[in-house]
Design a protein around this ligand. Structure first.
Ligand code: FMN
Length: 333
């Protein structure tokens, strides 16, 4: 499927917003897999600068992943309760709470940038792009990938006219790409079984894939490629902060939780003081909670308090092994 993009192995480096850097993406491309920019938190200008920087480091093609942006409905009572739940942590860290929870429309800016930069592969999470956006990318020759966490979502990705679907199992680190409610919790291999024979577009399996056996099992169950997050998070070239890398390398298993505490959307990461303190509290919907907790994450980095950081990682993070991107990839395929 990905021969057209010049990759040697059916492996995609998972886009990881806030983690992927030009150096890391270039290292993945040079190691023979498909590199992906996680552009979720960037504005248009930052996305363009990132693309230019990556292009200085590799001549190979890479993809860009976008968060399909939704308009949050602001319920002021919920917002006040969510802010109140965070106040003791703001106080403990000696910071002011978030001044504003209003988001800029980053998504539309990013779409324009990807079109002018002629990005050949674009993936989406948190929903489906509009018909208009799909039409414009297709006219520009881009290969489009959607994210699904259920069979119904995968069928919706295909019906929208996208070219491939990332099937994200419940094991996956980071945010769930779910866009149908109520959210379902399905393992990757159950999902692969459920979509067997139901889709005509290629399936990219993701979630908890850390070993050659996992890759083989995904391919044997219908995947055309796999998308790898946590296993590459610990690569030498990955410039994620040291707390995050260490937390993955020291994970023992069964230590991750699905939490809405950091952003308002369910995401899998290390269980820590923050996820536990917020467990029974009111959490504002995405992306309001993301804005409410942004200063906490920033201050805890500066103050060396990883117990309040979002340390996204998959359920199988205990299987992560240090090495260069090339070394890690060679253990997978
Ligand atoms: C730190 C981190 C950040 C992530 N950010 C994104 C993102 O920006 N966009 C996206 O589509 N998926 C994101 N994901 C999810 C990955 O695409 C993928 O589904 C997940 O990493 C697979 O599970 P694994 O971590 O066990 O390999 C992220 C995952 C991690 C671990």
């Amino acid at each position: 499927m990905f021969k057209q993009f010049g990759i040697e192995k059916p492996i995609i480096q998972a886009p990881m917003a806030g983690v992927t850097t030009p150096k890391f993406i270039a290292a993945c491309c040079e190691a023979g897999v498909l590199g992906f920019i996680g552009a979720g938190y960037l504005d248009g200008q930052e996305t363009r600068a990132f693309i230019h920087e990556a292009r200085k480091l590799t001549t190979k093609p890479f993809g860009v992943n976008l968060f399909v942006q939704e308009e949050p409905r602001i319920d002021t009572q919920v917002l006040q309760q969510a802010r109140a739940a965070l106040q003791p942590i703001y106080d403990e860290l000696g910071i002011e709470g978030a001044a504003s929870v209003v988001s800029r429309d980053l998504y539309s800016e990013q779409v324009e940038v990807l079109l002018t930069e002629k990005i050949p592969i674009v993936s989406f999470t948190f929903g489906l792009p509009s018909e208009e956006v799909i039409g414009r990318f297709k006219a520009n020759g881009a290969f489009l990938i959607g994210t699904a966490t259920t069979k119904a979502e995968a069928l919706a990705v295909e019906a929208a006219g996208l070219d491939a679907v990332v099937l994200q199992g419940i094991e996956a680190g980071g945010h769930r790409g779910s866009f149908h409610t109520p959210f379902e919790h399905i393992s990757l291999f159950d999902l692969l079984q459920q979509v067997k024979g139901a889709l005509s577009i290629p399936v990219i399996a993701t979630g908890g894939i850390m070993t050659r056996e996992h890759v083989q099992q995904a391919m044997d169950n219908g995947a055309a490629a796999v998308q790898i997050g946590t296993a590459l998070l610990v690569a030498e070239e990955c410039e994620v902060n040291a707390y995050h890398k260490e937390a993955v390398l020291h994970a023992h298993g069964s230590e991750t939780v699905l939490t809405t505490a950091f952003t308002g959307k369910p995401a899998r990461g290390l269980k820590n003081t923050f996820t536990e303190r917020l467990k029974e509290e009111v959490v504002a919907p995405y992306p309001l909670q993301h804005h409410l907790t942004a200063k906490i994450r920033k201050a805890s980095m500066v103050q060396g308090r990883p117990e309040y950081l979002s340390l996204w990682m998959g359920q199988n993070s205990h299987l992560a092994k240090q090495g260069t991107v090339r070394q890690i990839i060679s253990t997978l395929s």
